[in-house]
Design a protein around this ligand. Structure first.
Ligand SMILES: Cc1cc2nc3c(=O)[nH]c(=O)nc-3n(C[C@H](O)[C@H](O)[C@H](O)COP(=O)(O)O)c2cc1C
Length: 334
């Protein structure tokens, strides 16, 4: 891909695109749960829906007694194992501890543990349940078995007594669940975000990767577009009313387009300008040098960092960091 303003070239081939798609998506999530009154199952289902819709993962939610871990848990950084269970007597149920003790060893698989607890509503107060050692114990066993523990959480759900008498306290049940769901989703979102981050090396890579997203959108909106018309204009991302696509959908459209046209490499150009207000679609971070004042590249940095860019540049100036091409570098992360 050519950046028309400065004439640098970045090769984008089908293999690279496939790797990007795989890195951002195609995760396998296996959630094992145990559930008496359905709370833990409900939490596991919220997480499944999130992973499928937002992270495009393939997800299986399976009760512990029907699990086949040797087959279901892959040893891969793209594979995520979740254990979602109720708290019993301030710890994890023995049935669950035994299940986790017999899980196969893994080196690369990430894992998380969520325990639901007895949440209550007393007037406007929501006293928390008491989780005790449950999530700690399960994550310790997982870590000893080689899993990379990505997080633990305790979620207050309607306690068994309320759930058994919904007629008495349906308002409490609804209120407790309304607080529990965002907490569960925020947790799984953070876990999913930890993998699949794309870090661009250099601002040219940033512009190339972001341009690819817009090219994918164009292909979806104009399926009969010719390869010679794929280029991205300077202001196109700000002006066009493209459908709201996930990066995965956009890259898949691009890959399909390349297959349809028998293209192993994409040869097109971009004039994309990234300025404050731009919504980054692909990258979660970048490595780059310090740029010249009043340059478009500094605008790109400001778009990524917001006002924080000023603090970073002030620090660099005060401490005699070297600027421009052969100067010092930064790693910026979202
Ligand atoms: C035998 C038993 C022990 C429990 N012990 C605790 C506890 O120590 N702390 C707590 O917060 N909740 C405790 N609870 C409540 C459950 O953990 C809570 O209601 C959970 O959300 C139930 O999940 P489930 O519907 O998936 O079984 C206990 C429930 C049972 C049945």
């Amino acid at each position: 891909m050519t950046e028309s303003c400065i004439g640098r070239r970045h090769d984008v081939n089908a293999r690279l695109l496939q790797r990007l798609i795989t890195k951002m998506t195609d995760r396998t999530v296996t959630i094992y749960f145990m559930s008496g009154t359905g709370n833990s199952y409900r939490v596991a289902s919220w997480m499944r829906d999130y992973c499928m819709k937002q992270a495009n993962a393939s997800v299986a939610v399976t009760p512990i007694e029907r699990a086949n871990p040797a087959v279901e848990i892959k040893d891969s950084p793209d594979s995520l194992l979740g254990i979602v269970i109720p708290t019993h007597a301030f710890t994890a149920p023995w049935h669950v501890i035994k299940h986790v003790l017999f899980l196969p060893r893994r080196k690369m698989t990430r894992a998380f543990c969520v325990a639901t607890r007895a949440g209550l509503k007393l007037g406007s107060v929501f006293p928390p349940g008491l989780s005790g050692s449950g999530t700690f114990l399960i994550s310790l066993i997982l870590a000893l078995k080689g899993y990379r523990v990505a997080g633990v959480a305790s979620i207050d759900m309607p306690c068994n007594w309320i759930a058994a008498h919904p007629g008495l306290a349906s308002a409490s049940v609804t209120a407790i669940e309304a607080r529990a769901k965002p907490k569960a989703l925020e947790f799984i979102e953070k876990i999913c975000e930890q993998s699949g981050k794309i870090i661009a090396v250099g601002t040219t890579s940033v512009r190339t990767l972001e341009s690819l997203y817009w090219i994918g959108c164009k292909i979806i909106d104009f399926p009969s577009i010719e390869p010679s018309n794929l280029s991205v204009n300077q202001w196109e991302p700000y002006q066009q009313n493209y459908q709201h696509l996930t990066v995965n959908e956009s890259f898949k459209a691009l890959l399909d387009f390349m297959k349809r046209h028998n293209l192993r490499e994409l040869d097109t150009s971009t004039q994309i300008i990234i300025i404050p207000g731009y919504d980054f679609k692909v990258i979660s971070g970048m490595i780059t040098n310090f740029h010249q004042p009043q340059s478009t590249l500094l605008l790109l940095i400001a778009a990524f960092l917001g006002d924080d860019w000023k603090k970073i540049y002030e620090h660099a100036l005060k401490n005699n960091y070297r600027f421009l091409s052969y100067g010092d570098s930064n790693l910026y992360l979202k």
